[in-house]
Design a protein around this ligand. Structure first.
Ligand SMILES: Nc1ncnc2c1ncn2[C@@H]1O[C@H](COP(=O)(O)OP(=O)(O)O)[C@@H](O)[C@H]1O
Ligand SMILES: O=c1ccn([C@@H]2O[C@H](COP(=O)(O)OP(=O)(O)O)[C@@H](O)[C@H]2O)c(=O)[nH]1
Ligand SMILES: [Mg+2]
Length: 187
């Protein structure tokens, strides 16, 4: 079975998780947050990757694609017959993109990339107020995450832009306004 996939990218705090949860509610798309899958794997009893994942998350660096892609593919297989998947926060760099293409080509139909763009100062304050007790929502980690986003992840958005696959929605606005524009992409 070929899985429909929409990538959801944007800086930390741009609202990827929030918007994906709303899309999942209103459309038969399943939200797969790569970050959430990694945090779950980090906690999993007997995981051999726990410490490695924790190090990357605290440092705002990016976990090797072999780990993340496997978690994503397992989640897709477990979901059964749905309209598609919102792959939230992935691919985050060239390694992720190449690994995903090598493993998933022929298994997925990439519909488009939803890019939530938002000024970095707003993103940082949102993360600092997120209140989810994450080990990376602090000034030090956020500084590193923004450097990683600018140097490694934004070039991936530019890659998709070259083939006209990017749908940008400005997300510094209130959630309702952002979501009203996002809905048009799924209707
Ligand atoms: N449009 C918005 N306006 C104000 N706050 C928002 C908006 N979208 C998300 N938030 C809040 O900002 C924080 C980060 O949102 P989240 O969805 O976790 O972003 P991301 O997954 O891109 O890091 C959360 O506390 C969320 O409630
Ligand atoms: O495909 C991914 C997704 C996330 N991460 C790591 O998990 C952290 C948090 O990612 P998440 O998407 O949850 O952060 P958000 O953008 O939602 O704040 C990132 O900074 C990375 O360290 C990763 O290595 N690969
Ligand atoms: Mg998120």
């Amino acid at each position: 079975m070929v899985h429909n996939v929409v990538f959801v990218l944007g800086p930390p705090g741009s609202g990827k998780g929030t918007i994906c949860a709303k899309i999942q509610e209103d459309f038969n798309y399943i939200h797969l947050s790569a970050g959430d899958l990694l945090r779950a794997e980090r906690q999993r009893e007997g995981s051999e990757f726990g410490a490695l994942i924790e190090g990357h998350i605290t440092n705002g660096t990016i976990v090797p694609v072999e780990i993340t892609c496997k978690l994503l593919e397992n989640a897709m297989k477990a979901a059964g017959d749905v309209r598609g998947f919102l792959v939230d926060g992935f691919p985050r760099n060239q390694n992720n993109l190449e690994g995903w293409n090598a493993e998933m080509t022929g298994k997925v139909d990439e519909k488009f990339v939803l890019y939530l763009s938002c000024p970095v100062d707003i993103c940082i304050s949102r993360c600092l107020n997120r209140g989810q007790g994450r080990t990376d929502d602090n000034e030090e980690s956020l500084k590193k995450r923004v450097v990683t986003y600018n140097s490694q992840t934004f070039p991936i958005i530019e890659h998709f832009e070259k083939s006209g696959q990017v749908r940008e929605v400005k997300s510094e606005r209130p959630v309702e306004e952002v979501y009203a524009d996002v809905v048009k992409l799924f209707s």
